[in-house]
Design a binder for this molecule. Structure first.
Ligand code: SAM
Length: 391
């Protein structure tokens, strides 16, 4: 592909990403993969170059652009090589006329007032920087030091006792340590959420929104003698946990929930759990550096619905905790209403519960919990709070 043809391909893909963000369709990565699946003429260098252009265009602007061309003209504003590709050649984009390009921004304007007060403009560039590659060592099978010696360039993470940070281009999926269940790819912040649960052998733990089980696996590794139930209402996500648990040698029961019937389906656990983790669905604003087009998907309406769902899940989880047990609430969000605001409102509704310090260094106190951010902690953005039910 010529440089101009690569730019046109990126324009076509960004057009699809824009439509998908508007219509709640598949993520950018899936769209890039699908694009090349039916264009076998593109070599690996072409694919890499086009993907890079697509992500430059997405990262550059917080507001959903009018078109892929507008987004790529924005990249051309920053880069003369890209500007030169707008040359009207065959398979390339038409020459630039008197057209507007997308503007540079980090956070959608309407979201500014929703951010935690801790996330000032000086932190915004870090929200869009490339995320590091972190592994969680399966400490039930190997020590972090042993695994550190296996991976070239691995360094121990600062905050999580289970984490290793690797050079970004390290291939993990086909590494024997991965196949042998010694490691999982997991951001350090995500590991800290599991740490906040203080799982212990003999504990009954419910991971209410377990998804594909990233945190449930971390809980099981930290306490192989804990009885863990992982539940979720998404069959496809929960189904991924089985093979992952098998690889890790972890024993985790799963429970698929039906929308609207969760309370009945969990009734047998009432007052039983030492810990319930509510890793709730959220805006994903703490992970924009991994999914920058998440900014194009978020709307005020969607945020309202997420906040209402988080409240519902917290109130559903509370009666499952046994007296003296803990409810851990987490979101990969840097928005006040999904973090400190949601936690404070839980304590307002459950006035006998107490907020307890989360057991890790790093992060900053944000209302009744802690906020981790890329700029301050070099992790994804997370809010986490730990509430204890009175005895
Ligand atoms: C942030 S993700 C969980 C990520 C997961 N804990 C991990 O570590 O990989 C939130 C999850 O909540 C689930 N969810 C949404 N509504 C739910 C409900 N009513 N009951 C249970 N799970 C729900 C979603 O399907 C999604 O998997």
């Amino acid at each position: 592909m010529t440089p101009s043809a690569r730019v046109q391909a990126a324009i076509d893909i960004v057009d699809e990403v824009i439509a998908s963000a508007r219509d709640d369709g598949p993520p950018a990565d899936t769209i890039v993969q699908r694009y090349f699946k039916i264009r076998r003429y593109a070599g690996s260098k072409d694919r890499r170059a086009v993907r890079e252009l697509v992500y430059r265009a997405i990262r550059r602007t917080a507001e959903r652009p009018g078109s892929g061309r507008m987004a790529m003209l924005g990249v051309a504003d920053d880069d003369p090589d890209i500007a030169a590709a707008f040359d009207g050649s065959a398979h390339g984009p038409a020459a630039r006329g008197d057209e507007a390009s997308s503007t540079v921004s980090y956070v959608p304007e309407w979201v500014n007032s929703e951010l935690s007060p801790l996330v000032g403009p000086e932190e915004w560039p870090a929200l869009l920087e490339r995320a590091p590659l972190d592994l969680r060592v399966n400490v039930a099978r190997a020590s972090r030091d042993d695994v550190e010696a296996i991976f070239d360039g691995a360094v121990a993470t600062r905050l999580s006792p289970w984490g290793l940070r690797l050079p970004a281009d390290t291939k993990v999926d086909d590494h024997p340590a991965f196949a042998d269940g010694l490691v999982e790819v997991q951001d350090e912040g995500s590991q800290l959420i599991a740490l906040a649960c203080k799982s212990s052998d003999g504990h009954d733990i419910l991971d209410l929104c377990a998804g594909a089980g990233g945190k449930a696996l971390a809980l099981a590794a930290a306490a192989p003698g804990a009885r863990i139930i992982a539940s979720d209402n998404n069959r496809a996500r929960l189904a991924q946990l089985g093979p992952r648990a098998e690889r890790a040698g972890a024993s985790i029961a799963t429970r698929l929930l039906d929308g609207g019937r969760e309370e009945q389906q969990l009734a047998d656990l009432a007052g039983q759990a030492d810990v319930v983790l509510v890793d709730a669905p959220c805006s994903g604003s703490g992970t924009w550096r991994r999914n920058p087009e998440g900014r194009w998907r978020l709307t005020p309406d969607r945020l309202d619905r997420l906040v209402a769902l988080q409240k519902h899940l917290l109130d559903m989880a509370a009666p499952l905790v046994k007296p003296g047990g803990a409810l851990v609430y987490a979101t990969c969000s840097i928005l006040h209403r999904e973090g400190a605001g949601q936690a404070a409102s839980f304590l307002g509704r459950h006035s006998s519960w107490m907020a307890q310090d989360v057991p890790f260094d790093g992060g900053r106190t944000d209302g009744p919990g802690k906020l981790l951010t890329p700029a301050h902690d070099a992790t994804d953005g997370f809010f986490v709070a730990r509430f204890v039910r009175p005895c």
